[in-house]
Write a protein that binds this ligand. Structure first.
Ligand SMILES: C[S@@+](CC[C@H](N)C(=O)[O-])C[C@H]1O[C@@H](n2cnc3c(N)ncnc32)[C@H](O)[C@@H]1O
Length: 275
């Protein structure tokens, strides 16, 4: 599927080239290639997430929302938000928190929490909208097609920015981080959930065997597209490890940057503040 679109480049010319999985491609062509991946998998994306992670992605996402502590009036921008998993959890948690504290006192009026899902891929957003309708989540959620590297939102307009399993697909990660910083209000929170480097050496071999052999096969069986899942596995290995990514977040201006490994470092949750 991708073979015809990949221009072979001089891998040493790092200004113009980037990774697309284990391949080196023109920076200009990466976004189109990534778009093809998610066009191809959009309809089966949610099923595949459960199959690939054995359901663990749900726990990782729940954890991210627990750390965020959604509340009334909070505005979240969920970038690379795909089919809406983070936004749904955010709105449900904000409502639950509000209802737990609510009384009949009219002074307890509240401003609803609001989520904006931004993704470069219209097909992923279409699936997300359908899921929102199925769940009866019709208010307080917007779906916007856009690139993490140039967000169409005013500066200092959100209390929280999240990106889950999205940043490794972005061509210029530094630009996406700069945009995250720009759109957050002072005091705003940045949270990024991403596949990372294992901190349990004995798991390495099992994880490699699973990722490189079984996972693309599952992809082929369920979506009919092995190459897209091969890319997803390769892109995980190309993403910077925890400490390096932490430094990149600090370089974008965030303060008090920390990270927490989940499931032995298969996934890491990075956090930062705009102060
Ligand atoms: C692995 S999915 C994650 C979806 C969702 N956040 C989740 O956790 O289920 C990655 C998403 O990143 C989106 N994406 C890739 N590059 C992007 C970019 N430059 N800007 C915005 N979204 C992008 C893809 O279209 C895809 O929906």
């Amino acid at each position: 599927m991708f073979r015809n679109m990949i221009k072979e480049n001089d891998p040493n010319n790092t200004e113009q080239t980037t990774h697309f999985g284990f391949k080196t491609v023109d920076k200009d062509s990466k976004q189109g290639l990534v778009r093809n991946v998610f066009d191809s998998v959009a309809k089966k994306y949610d099923v595949m997430n459960d199959v690939m992670s054995g359901g663990l992605h749900r726990l990782w996402k729940d954890d991210m929302i627990r750390v965020l502590r959604p509340e009334s009036g909070m505005r979240l921008l969920d970038v690379a938000g795909g089919t809406g998993d983070i936004a749904f959890r955010f709105l449900e948690a904000a409502n639950k928190r509000h209802n737990a504290g609510s009384t009949d006192d009219p002074a307890n009026d509240f401003e609803a929490a609001k989520a904006t899902v931004c993704d470069i891929n219209a097909q992923m957003l279409d699936v997300g909208r359908d899921r929102a309708i199925d769940r009866g989540i019709l208010k307080n959620i917007d779906w916007v097609c856009g690139n993490a590297e140039s967000l169409a939102f005013p500066s200092s307009s959100f209390e929280a920015y999240t990106i889950a399993f999205g940043i490794r697909n972005v061509t210029n990660v530094d630009k996406a981080l700069a945009e995250a910083y720009r759109i957050l209000k002072p005091g705003g929170r940045f949270l990024c959930l991403e596949f990372s480097k294992l901190d349990m050496p004995f798991l390495d071999k099992i994880y490699d065997a699973y990722s490189f052999h079984l996972l693309p096969r599952f992809g082929e069986m369920i979506t009919g597209d092995r190459e897209s899942y091969q890319y997803l596995v390769e892109s995980i290995r190309q993403f910077p490890p925890q400490e390096k990514f932490k430094t990149m977040i600090e370089d974008a201006g965030f303060k008090q940057v920390t990270y927490r490994n989940m499931t032995g470092g298969i996934v890491a949750l990075h956090s930062g503040w705009k102060i």
